[in-house]
Design a protein around this ligand. Structure first.
Ligand SMILES: Cc1ncc(COP(=O)(O)O)c(C=O)c1O
Length: 322
């Protein structure tokens, strides 16, 4: 990847003149069978640009209560788009067509206008859970019938595709916009893609500039993105295997409880006495294993391409000693 970055031809992407960025955007659009793509600095930015493009101030966005777009983007839906959210109490971050249908506002002039449904796949705070594709298609039908736009926060979509044996084109067919992070499991230093129709991406380009996300010689990152799309997708299965192995080792311990099903590369579980989430994280940090306490009771762990099978074996042995 570093070699690809060193050798990248670059130009000024604000003027659309960076050949490596243009290449990445067209490879990604082609991969998903969508018309166009735009490369941005972060997944937060691609989500926020999409929401801005799909809504007007005073609109309402339907999403799960655990959604990244609601929980971890600094109130961006309100700040950037002047829209509010209708939070759904889903199942590990996943919502259903029935829930979407029930939560569409009437067109009474005192109600916010429901204009967008935003899904997340895999779900971050839902422990890396994946949607069944049929459930996504059912939600799409509700969106279509009610003239709602349909956005996917696919920060870890490739983890879902690998685990469920699905294709990017299936997703490209149902969503109006898809955000993909290249900087998570795919391993590039920074950067995310937003995909959609040509006119949507044209508007997204304007909003990216307004948000301060227009980059000049971004091709060095884009070249890493091309490398990642060509080389780092299939290997995500290894991250999932590692996560399951770590999960098995953890479940041997009486102080580990309520582990969410380990579907992909995220583990979320509760830690009980004699540990707390913080003291458990501190103990592992002494051995260079970094994990994140995410609530008063829970810890989150993530596997990725820098975690080798040997490291996982050593971690299992370490957990055994605790
Ligand atoms: C589901 C989800 N969406 C979006 C993001 C945002 O990505 P970034 O950190 O690149 O802004 C994250 C980051 O953790 C995420 O987990």
């Amino acid at each position: 990847m570093l070699e690809a970055m060193f050798n990248a031809p670059v130009g000024d992407d604000v003027f659309g003149e960076d050949p490596s960025v243009n290449q990445l955007e067209s490879i990604a659009a082609e991969l998903f069978g969508m018309q166009a793509a735009i490369f941005c600095p972060s997944g937060t930015m691609t989500n926020q640009i999409a929401i801005k493009c799909h809504t007007q101030p005073g609109d309402e966005v339907i999403c799960d209560k655990l959604s990244h777009v609601y929980q971890y983007e600094g109130g961006g839906i309100a700040f950037n788009s002047g829209s509010q959210v209708k939070l759904i109490d889903g199942n590990k971050g996943r919502i259903t067509a029935e829930q979407v249908q029930e939560n569409i506002n009437s067109d009474a002039d005192y109600k916010a206008k429901t204009s967008l449904v935003s899904l997340e796949n895999t779900t971050n705070r839902g422990g890396g859970a994946c949607y069944h594709f049929a459930d996504i298609v059912a939600i799409k039908e509700v969106c279509f019938k009610n003239n709602l736009r349909f956005h996917l926060d696919g920060a870890r979509l490739f983890n879902a595709l690998i685990e469920k044996n699905e294709t990017p084109k299936q997703y490209g067919e149902v969503f109006d916009s898809i955000s993909i992070c290249l900087s998570k499991g795919l391993g590039i230093p920074a950067g995310s893609l937003l995909l959609g129709k040509k006119d949507f991406i044209k508007r997204a380009r304007r909003i990216r500039k307004v948000f301060g996300g227009g980059m000049r010689q971004a091709g060095y990152f884009a070249a890493a993105g091309v490398y990642a799309l060509e080389n780092n997708i299939q290997r995500l299965a290894e991250d999932h295997r590692h996560a399951r192995q770590i999960g098995e080792a953890l479940l041997e311990k009486p102080f580990i409880t309520n582990m969410m099903p380990v579907e992909t590369n995220i583990l979320i579980f509760e830690v009980e006495a004699p540990y707390t989430p913080a003291s458990f994280a501190e103990e592992l940090a002494k051995h260079q294993v970094l994990v994140m306490p995410i609530s008063a009771t829970q810890v989150r762990m993530v596997t990725h391409l820098d975690i080798t099978s040997d490291m996982v074996k050593r971690l299992a042995a370490l957990i055994d000693q605790l």
